[in-house]
Design a protein around this ligand. Structure first.
Ligand code: KIV
Length: 305
């Protein structure tokens, strides 16, 4: 009889490192609720990110900035339940939202610990390079694995002047390489490289000993991450160059709801196979006003039959 528990079979930070060393690519995707988590868990991805991209994808904001720690905890716990339901092995990471780790190291460590304890993630991700070395060290010392995130860091959208590719000139590329080394030295177990030239991603991936997970950073990263809604083709708007739509579910969903609405209007839905029947039901005619206030005889109305 196997003594392995579900938790032991999960992809750990050590397994991710072994995957880099073996040259096995890491497949990571975002999820924001239990249904999505169940599906991506069944699809067998290696890692799931509860990204603060939920601010844009789920909440409809123009940026990730309004997302709160409470919301990240709420969504992370949903995703954990979805993964658990299907016995998924995926490693689960939660984003620390804007404002939860920048102001002070004490706040940052407390936020990270809450996301792990209440959101049931195995690791947290935060955006930034060498400026966050001390914060990362303290989190790791507290027992919280930290995934770094450099390049295009959406929480700094106003400082960056928009969602634009980073590290395109030699000087900025050098800064990013230095940041990557600083994250590794601080104790990060992996890092996201977002929207940087593929040439720079190749150098960073070859320089650091921890896995790099790219999004818009080319194929030489140790793994890739995409926003689930993007890869499923759920949104009609602008599609960034780095996104590949593996399905066009937006159109599928719209079509299904259109067919539903048409059948409700025509009376085709619900059909007999969607209807409950009971031969015991006898409708008692109401002969006068007084009778309408009488209690229903047992078995006539009430619980579904
Ligand atoms: O919030 C997010 O979904 C992310 C990924 C795009 C890396 O940070």
């Amino acid at each position: 009889m196997s003594t392995q528990t579900a938790a032991q079979k999960r992809v750990t930070i050590h397994e991710l490192k072994r995957m880099k060393d073996r040259g096995d690519k890491i497949a990571m995707v975002t999820a924001y609720d239990a249904t999505a988590a169940r599906l991506v868990g069944q699809a067998g991805v290696d890692a799931v990110l509860v990204g603060d991209s939920l601010g844009m994808v789920v909440q409809g904001h123009d940026s990730t900035l309004p997302v709160t720690l409470e919301q990240m905890i709420y969504h992370s716990a949903m995703v954990r339940r979805g993964l658990q339901k299907v016995g998924a092995r995926a490693h689960l990471v939660g984003d620390l939202p804007f404002g939860s780790y920048q102001a002070s190291s004490d706040d940052a460590v407390k936020a990270a610990m809450r996301l792990v304890a209440e959101g049931s993630v195995e690791a947290v991700k935060l955006e930034g390079g060498s400026d966050y070395v001390e914060v990362i060290r303290r989190m790791v010392r507290a027992g919280v694995p930290v995934m770094g995130h450099i390049g295009l860091t959406p929480q700094s959208v106003h400082k960056l002047g928009g969602y634009v590719v980073q590290g395109k000139d030699a000087e900025k590329a050098q800064v990013l390489l230095r940041d990557a080394r600083a994250l590794e030295a601080a104790g990060c177990y992996a890092m996201v490289l977002e929207c940087i030239p593929t040439e720079l991603a190749r150098v960073i991936t070859g320089t650091v000993g921890i896995p790099t997970i790219g999004i818009g950073a080319g194929p030489s990263c140790d793994g890739q991450v995409l926003v689930l809604n993007d890869l499923l083709g759920l949104d009609d708007g602008f599609v960034p160059k780095f996104v590949k739509r593996f399905a066009e579910l937006g159109g599928e969903l719209r079509g299904a709801v259109e067919r539903y609405a048409a059948e409700v209007r025509s009376g085709a839905f619900p059909a007999d196979e969607h209807v409950f029947h009971s031969s015991a039901v006898r409708l008692v005619p109401l002969s006068d006003e007084g009778e309408s206030e009488r209690e229903d005889p047992p078995g006539v109305m009430g619980a579904p039959v």
